[in-house]
Design a binder for this molecule. Structure first.
Ligand code: 5AD
Ligand code: SF4
Length: 444
């Protein structure tokens, strides 16, 4: 049996595409190798969101080059966003690469392997087949991703995604629901709907198969066996009141929204072309909290965007405190080729200022999150059991509806949702004790 080794970089979209690659390769008779040295096919699923993503991948590709030198029969295949962004030059700059394919061509991997040294990183040749239609090997048996759209029509001035993932295209409702039904029959209890701009879903579909994002959420939540529905990532501009109402009214839709703000400064938001300002963002947060007071909000924030002043940055710090995020991903601005900011704005915030700002931001994010997570101590939270704790094998681990990891003592079946008495918290996790006997999977 030929053996493959796959390394995945980047976001959940890529992690999900990699599940498909595992499934596809399994169905083609490949077996997974524990490391690259033992593989006949060295495969990468790449990201290019920031310069640091490129650098990390270059280190890994260097190892593939060494292996190829020692064993010229090895096939080196590079998929995903970096491959798409380098389509003009990948074979010239990296002659040991045999196969390159973009994020829309995962389903062609088999065909590409049959005809080596071939490139499928054309002009977004997304063929309307969503990866949900491919075989898949899920990482966790009870949790699944469901791709509901590909691509992104936003023009955020810092972001390379629209140029590597193409225009937005929604998957018809029936295809989404069919997949969720199949997953539920297979033991899945939690689904996460995926899209680059997940909540602008449906606007490009023909009237006959169109649903709003809010309708889709409710329909997915109604699939028997599905107990939790999540989604990522939404754009604040597309969170309408009907989506907020679904959070309020539909028990399966989890009390958590990841709401990328990017900056707290109206001036910077404008230069980023985010299409909302600080006040509109805060008004949205108020509407959400009016409907679901205890909802968890998390976000993405960038520091050091071109022209960001001390005052702009102070606005970002104060946004974190004003909103009270349960968590945040923080990034240093990285100019990307082909983006508006990368091409036409001066990357003028000094590296030491960027470092100071990210450190200060992380501090405030942690402080805020610690304060927020502490509110759970003393309550009993429903926890979807994932398995044995990674840090302590005498304990179990799972997630609350608010999407916080809980390590707890007591015996519980993976895939069941159990009540856990929360006894302690940090800025990112909770700890507690099983409060009652676990329900077997599927009994609820
Ligand atoms: N520099 C820094 N961060 C970026 N992001 C996207 N593009 C860039 C960039 N050029 C961040 C945004 C986005 C997250 C996935 O990555 O915060 O929401
Ligand atoms: Fe990276 Fe963006 Fe591609 Fe995801 S979509 S893999 S974050 S470049």
């Amino acid at each position: 049996m030929p053996r493959y080794h796959l390394t995945t970089f980047g976001c959940q979209m890529n992690a999900h595409d990699s599940e498909r690659m595992h499934g596809l390769l399994g169905s083609l008779g490949y077996e997974e190798a524990p490391d690259r040295d033992g593989a006949d096919l060295i495969l990468f699923n790449t990201c290019t969101i920031r310069g640091s993503a490129d650098e990390r991948f270059m280190g890994n590709l260097g190892e593939a080059k060494r292996i190829k030198r020692e064993r010229p029969d090895v096939v080196v295949a590079v998929g995903g966003c970096w491959a798409q962004s380098q389509k003009e030059s990948v074979f010239r700059d990296f002659p040991f690469v045999d196969i390159a394919f973009g994020p829309g061509e995962v389903n062609r991997l088999g065909e590409l392997l049959a005809r080596e040294r071939i490139q499928a990183v054309g002009a977004f040749t997304f063929d309307g087949r969503f990866s949900g239609d491919l075989p898949s090997l899920r990482e966790r048996p009870h949790q699944a991703w469901v791709q509901i759209s590909v691509g992104c029509n936003c023009v955020c001035s810092y972001c390379i995604v629209p140029s590597v993932r193409g225009r937005e295209s929604s998957r018809p409702v029936e295809g989404v629901l069919d997949e969720v039904h199949r997953q539920a029959a297979d033991g899945v209890v939690e689904v996460t709907l995926l899209g680059q701009n997940v909540n602008s879903y449906g606007r490009d579909l023909p009237a006959s198969s169109r649903a709003s994002f809010a309708d889709l959420l409710a329909q997915v939540a109604a699939v028997p066996g599905i107990e939790r529905v999540r989604y990522t990532s939404p754009h604040p501009k597309d969170i309408r009141d009907d989506v907020i109402a679904v959070h309020r009214d539909v028990a399966e839709v989890c009390p958590h929204i990841h709401l990328p703000a990017q900056s707290g400064s109206t001036r910077v938001l404008k230069a980023m072309r985010r299409t909302y300002d600080r006040d509109r963002y805060l008004a949205l947060v108020d509407r959400i909290r009016d409907a679901v007071p205890d909802i968890a909000l998390t976000t993405d924030l960038i520091v050091g965007f071109p022209g960001e002043t001390d005052e702009d940055f102070a606005d970002t710090l104060s946004l974190v405190q004003t909103v009270g995020y349960d968590g945040a991903y923080t990034f240093v601005y990285s100019p990307r080729p082909g983006t508006e900011a990368g091409e036409s704005m001066d990357d003028d915030v000094a590296p030491e200022v960027k470092s100071e700002r990210i450190a200060a931001l992380i501090e405030v994010v942690q402080q805020t999150a610690r304060g927020r997570l502490a509110r759970h101590v003393g309550s009993v939270a429903p926890v979807l059991v994932e398995g044995v704790s990674r840090t302590d094998d005498s304990r179990m681990s799972g997630r609350t509806g608010h999407n916080v990891t809980v390590n707890f003592s007591g015996d519980a079946t993976p895939g069941s949702i159990v009540p856990v008495a929360i006894e302690a918290s940090t800025s990112t996790t909770l700890a507690g004790t099983l409060a009652a006997v676990a329900q077997p999977a599927g009994a609820a």
